[in-house]
Write a protein that binds this ligand. Structure first.
Ligand code: NIG
Ligand code: FE
Length: 408
């Protein structure tokens, strides 16, 4: 295949070190060969040989960003939890619903009852919605199976979604998401079971990273550490659902294990921020969960900025705390609810989200990166954060290939 050249484009390169943050190039050109970007910059500097050898695409003034990286999702699950939404609107809290046998464990039952095929079809609808708004890489966690067979089923579904769609899937083993009913009163035994599941799942090539829900209604610091130690023995990177509902000091522990990311972080302390900064751990902000649970305490954005902790933004797509399949809405809410600047939100959905997954080959429009990008019918990246319910995506290019548009 010939090299592919895009001209008449406004590039949002998100390049590390760009002086304006966005890395905006008004009249830009972009060349791909195979799956990679081989040149990106101002059109006037384009080496003329590309015009001779490449197939030329006229972007007609489109804005081009890197494809979104949705770095925190629980995409594969059975059923839905609208009834809990209703319970909460009648006065119950998220924690009360969870303690009364609702919450995560009710989704566990629906997920165990569902066949792999049914889970695939349910998750595929959500995946298509994400892709329709420009997602080209996403993370999918397990954590609604909570036994070897059911965690395997969910992770296999996640892998299959990646194989059958023009999107990259990174899988995360979240066996320590909730205590399944059969282990009531035996959380430490369940943690041992999680550790025992990790080896076979990893041997089957189903695990790219390991996560834990460290919380009053999840697992303790000591239990979290046992899971991290097991991950470390297998050479798997870790990440953490940390400080979502209380300050459990999970972030500092995760930082000691060089976690890729700590996610949620509403109750993060300044010491936790410092530990994350020293370890290079990314803070993943989840405005959908903050909004849907009607949290009032914001993650400490000012401290994260002050200590230069990279901030990513993600959907946290899941049935209980963030039934959301819109990265554009998350960009908007990261700005309106969490007061990120549009520039921070865009970088948080591209380069810094890729960093949260340990991926350094995507998230920027620069030579050597994967050619995963999106053409938008807007003039400035702030428009992608500003509008609510709009989807100005014109086209997605994934691995250098223009994608045919398929109806959801
Ligand atoms: O990221 N916090 C834990 N896990 C999910 C919620 C899962 C659920 O309620 O089903 C989260 O918010
Ligand atoms: Fe989550």
């Amino acid at each position: 295949m010939k090299p592919q050249l895009w001209i008449h484009a406004r590039l949002v390169t998100c390049a590390a070190g760009a002086t304006d943050g966005y890395g905006l190039i008004d009249d830009g050109a972009l060349v791909c060969e195979g799956e990679q970007i081989v040149w990106a910059g101002p059109a006037r500097e384009l080496p003329p040989q590309w015009l001779q050898v490449a197939e030329v695409h006229d972007a007609q003034g489109a804005l081009i960003t890197p494809g979104w990286v949705d770095c925190h999702t629980h995409l594969v699950y059975g059923g839905q939890r609208a009834h809990e939404f209703e319970l909460r609107l009648n006065g119950a809290t998220y924690e009360e619903v969870a303690r009364a046998g609702g919450g995560i464990v009710s989704t566990v039952q629906a997920t165990r009852d569902a066949s792999a095929e049914s889970l695939y079809l349910q998750a595929q609808r959500r995946l298509k919605a994400l892709m329709a708004e420009g997602v080209t890489t996403l993370e999918i966690k397990s954590g609604y199976g909570l036994s070897l067979a059911h965690e395997r089923k969910c992770l296999q579904v996640a892998r299959r979604l990646g194989q059958q769609h023009a999107v990259h899937v990174r899988t995360t083993f979240l066996g320590a998401h909730a205590l399944p009913a059969e282990y009531t009163g035996r959380a430490d035994d369940y943690i041992q079971a999680v550790i025992d599941m990790m080896g076979p799942l990893n041997d089957a090539g189903l695990v790219d990273a390991v996560d834990v829900f460290c919380e009053r209604i999840g697992f303790s610091l000591a239990q979290t550490e046992r899971v991290f130690q097991a991950a470390q023995r297998l050479g798997l990177p870790v990440k953490l659902h940390a400080e979502q509902l209380s300050d459990s000091q999970g972030a500092a522990l995760a930082a000691r294990y060089n976690a890729l990311s700590c996610d949620h972080l509403e109750w993060l302390s300044e010491d936790g921020v410092r530990a994350m900064a020293a370890a290079g751990t990314v803070a993943v902000l989840l405005p959908g969960a903050f909004y849907f649970l009607r949290e009032t305490r914001l993650p400490p954005i000012a401290w994260l900025r002050e200590h230069h902790v990279p901030m990513a933004v993600s959907t946290d797509c899941n049935p209980g705390s963030s039934p959301c399949t819109s990265m554009l809405l998350m960009l908007n809410m990261a700005c309106t609810l969490m007061r990120l600047t549009p520039q921070e939100a865009v970088l948080g959905a591209t380069r810094l989200a890729a960093q949260a997954l340990g991926l350094h080959d995507r998230g920027q429009l620069v030579a050597g990166q994967r050619a995963d990008f999106v053409l938008w019918d807007v003039a400035h990246p702030a428009e992608l954060c500003y509008a609510m319910g709009a989807n100005p995506r014109r086209q997605t290019i994934w691995g250098g290939q223009p994608q045919k548009e398929t109806p959801p």
